[in-house]
Design a protein around this ligand. Structure first.
Ligand code: ADP
Ligand code: AMP
Length: 214
């Protein structure tokens, strides 16, 4: 099962992608996580990506596409995968489709998690991420057992630099300009699934499972 998560920054793509990956036993591939790991490790890719990410801009397509195509060609992706944060532009989607077509494959679902802009800034300002393992929480909607400490690995939680309100506004603008057109792209391919992302995390997941199957 090959799945794409679509939605504004903070809509809950990562939250749902992790649950999908666990239930269906497929890898969760987050380009944002890949970039953040590269930044943490001080790689050349990380240095390049950081200049764009800090400004709330997209990393250029050429730095993202090969990375994802290489990743989905790895052995652990043979039964499928869930892409979170990719594609984010029409050229990325076209490059992905072209790479899959070469292997006689295609995506199965593009799940659009819908959350209005009004809710997004509140979501993002409450999001906390673990500096060590990247697990994401929310101070109100998905709190940790102990404040500031990751339930998963005991690491410290931080507010991502790009989750500060000024950067979130910029990212929302970029989303509407460059990523939202993918909704039409995947509607035309008959694989778009719309879910309401404003309801409780587990209820959103239940809606997704209704579509993907038990
Ligand atoms: P994305 O991957 O789309 O950027 P996340 O999955 O990181 O978004 O979610 C953004 C924030 O909102 C996180 O702090 C997360 O815990 C919280 N969140 C996710 N889904 C919901 C939901 N259905 N209701 C309330 N908060 C949510
Ligand atoms: P995310 O964790 O998905 O919110 O991504 C954080 C940031 O990483 C984005 O704001 C972009 O700067 C960058 N990024 C992640 N995925 C992509 C992508 N597919 N294309 C371009 N930039 C990306």
């Amino acid at each position: 099962m090959k799945i794409i998560m679509l939605g504004a920054p903070g809509a809950g793509k990562g939250t749902q992608a992790k649950k999908i990956a666990a239930k269906y036993d497929i890898p969760h591939i987050s380009t944002g996580d890949i970039f953040r790991a590269n930044i943490k490790n001080g790689t050349e890719l990380g240095k390049k990506a950081k200049t764009f990410m800090d400004q709330g801009l997209l990393v250029p397509d050429e730095l993202v596409v090969d990375l994802v195509v290489d990743r989905v060609n790895q052995e652990d992706c043979s039964k499928g995968y869930v892409l979170d944060g990719f594609p984010r532009t029409i050229p990325q989607a076209e490059a992905l489709d072209a790479a899959l077509a070469k292997m006689n494959q295609k995506m199965d679902y593009a799940i659009n998690v819908e959350v209005p802009d009004e809710n997004i800034v509140q979501r993002m300002s409450g999001r906390r991420a673990c500096v060590d393992c990247g697990t994401t929480y929310h101070i109100v909607y998905a709190p940790t057992k102990q404040e500031g400490i990751c339930d998963n690995c005991g690491g410290n939680l931080i507010l991502r630099d790009d989750d500060k309100p000024e950067t979130v506004q910029k990212r929302l603008g970029v989303y509407h300009d460059q990523t939202q057109p993918l909704i039409e792209y995947y509607t035309d391919k008959n694989i778009l699934v719309e879910v309401d992302g404003t309801i409780d995390i587990n209820d959103v997941f239940a809606e997704i499972v209704k579509v993907l199957g038990e």
